[in-house]
Design a protein around this ligand. Sequence first.
Ligand SMILES: C[S@@+](CC[C@H](N)C(=O)[O-])C[C@H]1O[C@@H](n2cnc3c(N)ncnc32)[C@H](O)[C@@H]1O
Length: 276
Amino acid sequence: MGQKERKRKAAFPHAAVVGFPSQNSGPLAAVPPGFLTPGLPSAFSALSLSNLPEIFFPSMTGYPNLGLHTGYTRIGHYSSCHSILLVGEGDFSFSLSLAKAFGHASHMVATSLDTPETLNDKYRFAMENVRELRALGCRVGHGIDVKTMTSNVLLCLCYLKFDRIVFNFPHAGFEYPEEDVRQIKMHRRLLKGFFLNAKEMLLEDGEIHVTHKTSSPFKEWNLQQKAERRGLVLVERAPFNICDYPGYFNKRGYGVVSDTSFPIGRCCTFKFKLKK
Ligand SMILES: C[S@@+](CC[C@H](N)C(=O)[O-])C[C@H]1O[C@@H](n2cnc3c(N)ncnc32)[C@H](O)[C@@H]1O
């Protein structure tokens, strides 16, 4: 084990190298099979996460190719052998926690609804986290609305498919008190739009993960029903243990308290697959 690997292990004792992914084992495969949407327009057929034109990721240079890794690493519910799309990020500390555990992030795309300017105003460490993510090879996108992300041509999201699509603690913002039926309807609309889009971006055996509080009034959002109505099936309600993700700070994301964490209380990761 090299010095770099020893350092990573010390920082991420939960992360374990568990094997050799078949999908990355080809000779420098630019992208795992199925990562790109089948039927891709010919102009995009040569696109992969590792050769997207600079215009899509203007600040990224010299990031590592997919397929260079020899083993894979697990942290919490996630593995470095999966292509992972993270949406609705707060200060990007969750994405960075995964990326650091994996030791690279060339198989990850991390996005926020916030623009870089807003992120800078809201969170002390967001842009620093983004810089670290990019240095590890993660593609980062801002201004990505989960309700319309499949039509996001600029980030090329509309042409990509993923093994995992992750939305931690979705929240539509504070218009009304949390128990107010109008507020609950806003959250339901967010979930509906997210599931509609995310299912289009999922590989055949991929999973959509939503970590969500299970107490009232959050359970009134009808998360499971929203997903099932969009052709998804619940495969697991897994415990969510925040300690599994060192460095992750769940952020409120709104107003002057954006940068503070909220008590996660009773919550779990709902995992959905496409209905066969
Ligand atoms: C409670 S915060 C959680 C932030 C982050 N996921 C975390 O765990 O720290 C809710 C997040 O949902 C995001 N969000 C709300 N509506 C969204 C939308 N339409 N598209 C993408 N993200 C959205 C907000 O920008 C905010 O970052």
